[in-house]
Design a binder for this molecule. Structure first.
Ligand SMILES: [Zn+2]
Length: 88
């Protein structure tokens, strides 16, 4: 009886699966595009971008052009809904 090499005590790597545009649509979450140059940001609907829905949020880096300064030094992130401060 072979025990094989399943005795792997390495800590499990935390695999972060990047959310895609399709995930955002499914969750009803908007994304926000941020300009690193001037700080401008804009909320965008993930299904109105003309970008493949399997594109992940980190892959949107540099995809947007800032409407204020024209820079492509941009990134995107999900606009997670936060609970109101002080419980409302
Ligand atoms: Zn800008």
């Amino acid at each position: 009886m072979k025990s094989g090499s399943n005795n792997d005590n390495k800590a499990k790597a935390e695999v972060f699966v990047a959310a895609s545009l399709a995930d955002m649509i499914e969750l009803g979450i908007y994304i926000t595009a941020h300009c690193r140059k001037c700080g401008h940001w804009k909320r965008l609907s993930p299904d109105g971008l003309g970008i493949a829905l399997e594109t992940t949020i980190p892959a949107l880096e540099g995809k947007f052009k800032c409407g204020i300064c024209g820079s492509r030094n941009t990134c995107a992130m999900p606009e997670y809904k936060r609970p109101p401060p002080n419980g409302g």
